[in-house]
Design a binder for this molecule. Sequence first.
Ligand code: SF4
Ligand code: SF4
Length: 87
Amino acid sequence: MTYVILGSCVLDTACLDACPVDCIRPRPGDPDFQVAEMLYIDPASCVNCNACREACPIDAIQSERSLPGDMHAYPAINAGYFDHVHE
Ligand code: SF4
Ligand code: SF4
């Protein structure tokens, strides 16, 4: 289980500062940031600390465990962002 960012993310980057393991991407300055539609959590690094969820002003971060059924695609969407990073 991990935390996931949902499509309602408004890219204000509050979660980036909160994450103790720096597993949220892209960051301002990364090539992808200017064209990003949302941010993404790397499930391989997330330690499920809840800090990002507490920092998010619009509840765009949820535990994968508690996602409502219509949000079931978001774990794969978050993980998929990192596929090219880990290749
Ligand atoms: S739950 Fe913790 S480790 Fe995981 S993305 Fe959020 S702040 Fe980072
Ligand atoms: S704090 Fe919430 S709205 Fe802001 S970038 Fe992170 S997930 Fe998106």
